[in-house]
Design a protein around this ligand. Structure first.
Ligand code: OAD
Length: 237
């Protein structure tokens, strides 16, 4: 299938796209949700109960992301390349909170689950670049209150970001590609159904069939670092 058939592309990525960069996925046997309870480190209640633990969890992940050992991989670069060469509308929606898509050169990116490198004030909503180590005594640069600084990430029970923009792009797309996501977390897991409903061609690129695999018209299984450049080259051919 050549790209001439496509006027608008929406790509959804999940933790699997960053796995080959050395970032743990969530639901693998050695994944993050095996070592931590989701409700302890990724929920407003967990933050209220033990902000130290939550800050440590995200501070450690931020430190590793900035350590230099974590770099964009071939899948991130292929997606940036596709966006640069594609003449239609292109939106990359990621559930990932790392910045590897941007480091690879992607421009039109929505982080629907937030960004590890940003912090937000729970009191006034101010969003700033995150300091390396967030803590409970940090003061907000805008409202000056302490105790409200939290990672700018979406926790369970909170609404993902920019949903209107995402659905509007999906409604206009004629190619939807999901990469490296297990299809367990909604609303992202429902995007394929929304894309199929408007007649878009739907493609799953993942290590293994996802929980919503049956909703995709085309599927390829293997590591993203191999599959994504291969698939992108078929679009560019
Ligand atoms: P998961 O950990 O649930 O799924 C990762 C998927 O990537 C799995 O289907 C793996 O098979 C696949 N995978 C692993 N390595 C891969 C590789 N090298 N190439 C291709 N695929 C690979 O992660 P997500 O689906 O992203 O939310 O999880 C969705 C959300 O659940 C996350 O954003 C996070 C989490 O709880 C919040 O924290 C709000």
């Amino acid at each position: 299938m050549s790209r001439q058939h496509h006027k608008s592309i929406v790509v959804l990525t999940g933790a699997g796209v960053s796995a080959e960069s050395g970032i743990s996925t969530f639901r693998a046997l050695d994944g993050l949700w095996e070592s931590y309870r989701i409700e302890d480190v990724a929920s407003p209640r967990g933050f209220a109960a033990n902000p130290h633990l939550v800050h440590r969890f995200y501070n450690d992940r931020r430190k590793r992301l900035l350590s230099g050992t974590v770099q964009p991989n071939r899948a991130h670069r292929a997606l940036a390349d596709l966006e640069a060469s594609f003449r239609g509308a292109f939106l990359l929606v990621t559930q990932n909170i790392d910045d590897l898509h941007e480091r690879a050169g992607s421009k039109n990116v929505i982080h629907m689950h937030g960004e590890l490198l940003k912090q937000r004030c729970a009191y006034c909503g101010d969003i700033e670049a995150a300091t390396p180590q967030l803590g409970i005594t940090d003061a907000c640069a805008r409202c000056h209150r302490t105790g409200g600084i939290r990672p700018h990430v979406v926790w369970f029970g909170e609404t993902p970001l920019r949903m209107e923009d995402i659905y509007s792009a999906i409604e206009d797309c004629n190619l939807f590609i999901a990469i490296g996501t297990s299809g367990n977390v909604y609303p992202a897991a429902g995007f394929v159904a929304a894309a199929a409903a408007v007649g878009a061609h739907t493609v799953e690129l993942n290590l293994e069939p996802s929980a919503v695999e049956s909703a995709f018209a085309e599927k390829k299984y293997g590591p993203a670092g191999t599959l994504v450049p291969e698939f992108v080259s078929t679009l560019q051919g």
